[in-house]
Design a protein around this ligand. Structure first.
Ligand SMILES: C[S@@+](CC[C@H](N)C(=O)[O-])C[C@H]1O[C@@H](n2cnc3c(N)ncnc32)[C@H](O)[C@@H]1O
Length: 278
């Protein structure tokens, strides 16, 4: 069972479910489209709040999506999960509980399956497939090249971006970022380390030429959300305003975006985001 989350975990799932229902409503009666639901970080099927005193179990996104029959169900469900134990419990709440639905579970890395998804959707035989994807990592596992591979496809995607919990944490205040962390940032953002440091740090000369004062951008979280949103706009025609997931001290941990090549999709997502951002 996945152990994390607070109310934002629930809200994230409600946003996805609200959107999926609106999406399925639009697709109702359009039986010529084969609807694929792709979940790249599917989890164990349920989420237990990390609070030993007051246990709070939330039904994970996978089951919430599989159980939708109205306005119409998806035709196929594809769940990717790297952890073997999670796959076992996910199987119980999806495949075993819904034997009449076409549910596929794969114990793999999401990056690899995103590339496979891209190849599958590009095959002319699959031109009637329309995809809703949900990319819900806990950290910086998604590589930019996997997102780039989705360019031009008939795919709407909710993607959770660890701006506060990921990018901002790796951007050390004093600018002394290890090579390993810089590599991670490069893979995640798809830009070079020089671009990263130029974007997030200002250098000013001190009295002696050989010393420079390095100052981290004050609003690094907001800046990383803006950067990632702009990167997404290079791949998709439309990107929603993000939903901000904040912790109990009101710090932003993640930004959740919807991307699509369809304008209406993003209009619907913006309405949902506005409702939950309050
Ligand atoms: C935030 S949880 C997903 C929660 C899920 N969406 C839900 O609603 O229940 C992230 C999951 O991704 C899995 N994971 C981590 N790295 C992965 C990777 N590279 N590819 C696929 N799954 C991965 C973890 O084992 C974890 O279960």
């Amino acid at each position: 069972m996945n152990e994390f989350g607070g109310n934002w975990t629930k809200t994230k799932i409600e946003i996805l479910v609200d959107y999926a229902k609106a999406y399925l409503q639009i697709m109702k009666g359009k039986d010529f489209f084969k609807l694929l639901y792709f979940d790249g970080f599917a989890g164990s099927g349920s989420i237990i709040k990390d609070n030993k005193v007051d246990i709070d179990i939330t039904v994970g996104a996978a089951k919430r999506i599989v159980e939708i029959d109205n306005p119409r169900p998806f035709d196929r469900y594809y769940f990717v999960e790297k952890d073997e134990e999670n796959i076992e419990s996910l199987k119980e709440v999806t495949q075993d509980s819904f034997p009449n639905k076409q549910i596929f579970l794969v114990n793999e890395d999401c990056n690899r399956k995103l590339i496979d998804l891209s190849n599958y959707l590009r095959n002319p035989e699959n031109k009637s497939v329309r995809t809703l994807a949900y990319i819900d990592p806990c950290g910086m596992q998604v590589e930019w090249r996997s997102i780039e591979a989705l360019k031009g496809l008939n795919l709407d995607m909710w993607i959770l971006v660890p701006t506060g919990l990921g990018v901002n944490r790796l951007l050390k205040k004093n600018g002394q970022i290890s090579e390993a962390w810089l590599k991670r940032l490069e893979k995640f953002l798809g830009i070079s380390k020089t671009e990263i440091t130029d974007l997030f740090y200002t250098k000013s000369p001190t009295l002696f030429e050989e010393f420079t004062h390095i100052q981290k951008e004050d609003k690094a979280i907001e800046k990383s959300a803006e950067l990632y949103g702009n990167r997404l706009k290079e791949v998709f025609d439309h990107v929603s305003k993000p939903y901000e997931l904040r912790n109990s001290s009101n710090s932003v941990m993640y930004h959740l975006f919807l991307t699509s090549n369809n304008k209406t999709a993003v209009k619907i997502a913006n309405d949902i985001v506005k409702k939950y951002n309050g």
